[in-house]
Ligand binder design. Structure first.
Ligand code: PGA
Length: 241
């Protein structure tokens, strides 16, 4: 894993956006794997700013998101579908049908997961995958203990993940318990991956990631075996290393 150390969240967002813009310029029909959560918001802001200034075109781009909560539809402001429209899609020229998230209101989420996996394959795989790092080491919603061979499927969220995400809901009881998540094997098939890590609350897990063996107890540790991973981390996240 290559590590880029940056001063702060703003710099992290800028560097990440530049990598994405370069990918889009080099391959105008690229498939981008996108993430939600707090960390990529600044990156998406810079993509929108660049689009407004330089008209970088997303007309032929496809996006594939990592995950979606089961039971929240795209009009629910807490769904990841809503988040992606709000933070990125509505402000760039990507055709809506090329923005793909799991449909977690489908009555058969297992079938939806299988279709999702096929959809990624049919697009030729993910060129550049953006990841955040959970405080428990998860990537996507692949919680500690997840098989490295896992594919897109229905997952149960751990209490620590539900607690970390409770800030977007009125109360912890409203945080969904299940999601559809891309699997670890799915993520690992991406040609290039960038892992964004920002803030003091990530310092402990980032240190563990950088020093640990490759173990399913720390899902992100598998990234060490991927040939093209860049970790972009700010000083706060690296403060315990
Ligand atoms: P965060 O989430 O960006 O909101 O910190 C990261 C994650 O849980 O994967």
């Amino acid at each position: 894993m290559k590590i880029i150390e940056v001063a702060d969240y703003r710099a992290l967002s800028k560097v990440a956006s530049e990598i994405i813009i370069k990918q889009v310029q080099q391959k105008p029909n690229a498939v981008l794997g996108l993430a939600t959560g707090g960390t990529p918001i600044g990156t998406y802001r810079y993509l929108v700013e660049d689009y407004q200034k330089n008209q970088t075109s997303y007309h032929k781009i496809h996006t594939i998101n990592l995950d979606e909560y089961i039971g929240l539809n795209h009009e629910d402001s807490r769904s990841y579908s809503y988040y992606m429209n709000d933070h990125l899609f509505q402000d760039i020229n990507i055709p809506p049908e090329q923005t793909i998230l799991p449909n977690a209101t489908n009555s058969d989420c297992q079938k939806e997961s299988e279709k999702y996996e096929e959809r990624i394959e049919s697009l030729g795989g993910i060129d550049l995958q953006i990841l955040g790092l959970g405080e428990n080491g998860h990537i996507g919603f692949n919680e500690p203990g997840t098989s490295f061979a896992s594919k897109t499927r229905v997952v149960k969220l751990t209490e620590s993940t539900r607690n970390a995400n409770a800030r977007y809901f009125q109360s912890i009881d409203e945080v969904p318990t299940y999601a559809i998540s891309m699997g670890i094997a799915t993520i690992m098939k991406s040609k290039e991956i960038i892992l964004l890590v920002s803030g003091k609350n990530k310092a402990t897990i980032l240190t563990q990631l950088l020093t640990s063996n490759i173990t399913e107890e720390l899902p992100a540790s598998i990234l060490k075996t991927h040939p093209n991973v860049t970790v972009i981390a700010d000083k706060d996240a690296l403060s315990l290393t």
